[in-house]
Ligand binder design. Structure first.
Ligand code: DAK
Length: 254
């Protein structure tokens, strides 16, 4: 499928989704977000794709397109469909990595929060400046940010709208890896993950994501059920047999 606001390429079982509106620093308009939704449907259904990277050349993105939002009524703002697509990305059954250089602001950082991992340059410019526009992060940011870095640090970033460097975001745990070339680092990691057993990755992600939603005992029970399900996969047999036979496993995703 071809898109106007994103570029999707696929190599070695790794799909790279490039946000591509460079004239506005990749600001996310509703068309771009709709295309992201379609791309994720396509990539989720493509058995050749094992891992997905979201990135932007020079800049990840400077947030949602402000020109798209300025005159919205409350009803239109509510319908402005970011969160369903962001939730789809957060719940994608494949690992999703954000590779961040330049600006990653507002709705763009909320998108990065939907990814499993965030790799950024030390000099990336990261923040939630919505407050300076008279709004606050509304695409999951008030929920995902405190879960990741704690309520006080999340409040500090959201209340002030401060833009911090990648290295400061790393110190907060908002970014989990610093790299001079985040896309290269993300690709190396993605190729490593692409060789891992996909069902185990998928169910591990479901369990870890569930930790945000349920109490500990419910989560541990959910984990036990999913863990047991892995013993119905040939990849579990292959992984353990390969260990015993002192060879490298070959996983088939079943
Ligand atoms: N929207 C639209 N255009 C933008 C933009 C944005 N977010 N960011 C940059 N641009 C455009 C600029 O207007 C400029 O366009 P031209 O004037 O050349 O036509 C071009 O990109 C280059 O930007 P600058 O000239 O400003 O470049 P500088 O290097 O001087 O400054 C900057 C870079 C990133 C500091 C500055 O552009 C800036 O402050 N941008 C706005 C950042 C921002 O406030 N981001 C948060 C946006 S609000 C939703 C939930 C959440 C959201 C949306 C919906 N729902 C529940 C549906 C999210 C909201 C947000 O993200």
């Amino acid at each position: 499928m071809s898109y106007e606001n994103i570029i999707v390429r696929n190599e070695n079982n790794v799909a790279v989704v490039n946000l591509n509106r460079p004239k506005s620093l990749n600001a996310l308009n509703s068309d771009m977000v709709a295309e992201l939704g379609k791309a994720f449907d396509e990539l989720t259904g493509d058995a050749q794709v094992k891992v997905i990277i979201i990135t932007g050349e020079k800049n990840f993105a400077a947030g949602a397109d402000i020109t798209n939002m300025v005159e919205l009524t409350p009803e239109e703002a509510y319908d402005f469909a970011f969160s369903p697509i962001y939730n789809k990305i957060a719940n994608c059954p494949k690992p999703v990595i954000a590779a961040i250089e330049g600006f990653a602001l507002g709705g763009a950082m909320e998108l990065a929060l939907c990814c499993d991992l965030r790799i950024a340059t030390p000099t990336a410019k990261i923040g939630f400046p919505e407050i300076t526009l008279g709004i606050f992060p509304g695409a999951g940011g008030t929920q995902r940010l405190p879960r990741l870095i704690g309520a006080a640090q999340a409040k500090k970033l959201i209340y002030t709208g401060a833009i911090i460097r990648g290295e400061a975001a790393y110190a907060l745990g908002l970014v989990d890896t610093l790299a001079e070339n985040p896309l290269k680092e993300a690709t190396t990691l993605a190729e490593d993950l692409a060789a891992k057993p996909p069902v185990a990755l998928k169910l591990a992600k479901e369990c870890i994501n569930a930790a945000d939603d349920v109490d500990l005992n419910t989560g541990v029970a959910f984990e036990a059920t999913n863990w047991a399900r892995l013993f119905a996969t040939s990849d579990q047999k292959e992984g353990m047999r390969a260990f015993i036979e002192k060879r490298k496993p070959t996983f088939v995703g079943k």
